[in-house]
Design a protein around this ligand. Structure first.
Ligand SMILES: Nc1ncnc2c1ncn2[C@@H]1O[C@H](COP(=O)(O)OP(=O)(O)OP(=O)(O)O)[C@@H](O)[C@H]1O
Length: 209
């Protein structure tokens, strides 16, 4: 369970999110919402990258009280990832593998399955947006997270890569990992079957189905 209580996020005087209570049960959750409604802001907060007030608790681990333990349990891929340009995909994957306590074999498998190996040793500043996106998505699967948050996982990916990501989500979900993702695209034609849909609107998050 990923639980939010009295969650509020502002940028200066601008209150963007005000969520009294929200519980994500284990499963696959699809968060929808118009441009600027607050999806990425919510995800940045849940990933511990942006400050907020209130409580976020993953099973029994409180993000504010035990950030390191929490971040071992929850991984995140941003919509438009940015990394230091001089670092290669291999550098980035190896670095996050250490942080997430992932085995080197897992890095190799992800590189192989997502077709990153061919370009992994080049500086990431030379990558196309889709190549960079695949590295960011691979990073989100490192270690043994209970939850993975993917912000717009399909954008900039070609059809083959979209299918590979859908398969990865499906396989990891069957192995017990829960997912929250936002996408403006339809997942109907992929293997991903969301258990619940939510909408971010009027500064809060409501369950749709
Ligand atoms: N760093 C920031 N400083 C100030 N305001 C911000 C910042 N980041 C986001 N916002 C504001 O927070 C609100 C929510 O933005 P957010 O990026 O979370 O929307 P979103 O739902 O992810 O949109 P999209 O579908 O376009 O990606 C917007 O009003 C935006 O202007």
């Amino acid at each position: 369970m990923l639980a939010l209580k009295s969650f509020r996020k502002s940028f200066g005087d601008n209150l963007v999110l005000d969520i009294p209570e929200l519980n994500f049960a284990p499963g696959i959750h699809w968060v929808k919402g118009k441009n600027g409604s607050g999806k990425s802001t919510l995800f940045n907060c849940l990933a511990g990258l942006s400050p907020f007030t209130g409580e976020v608790v993953l099973n029994d681990v409180n993000l504010h009280k035990s950030p390191q333990a929490y971040k071992l349990r929850l991984n995140y891929s941003q919509s438009e990832p940015t990394f230091p340009e001089f670092l290669s995909g291999s550098d980035l994957l190896d670095y996050f593998a250490q942080l997430k306590q992932a085995l080197p074999e897992q890095v190799s498998e992800l590189k192989q399955s997502l077709g990153i190996s061919d370009y992994a040793d080049r500086p990431s500043g030379t990558y196309s947006s889709g190549m960079l996106k695949k590295v960011s998505l691979a990073i989100a699967f490192l270690g043994q997270p209970d939850w993975i948050i993917l912000d717009e996982p399909l954008i900039t990916l070609d059809k083959e890569a979209q299918d590979l990501i859908a398969e990865l989500i499906s396989n990891n979900s069957q192995a017990g990992t829960s997912f929250i993702f936002a996408t403006h695209q339809d997942f109907e034609n992929t293997k991903i079957k969301a258990n619940h849909s939510y909408e971010v609107n009027n500064k809060t998050v409501s369950i749709i189905s």
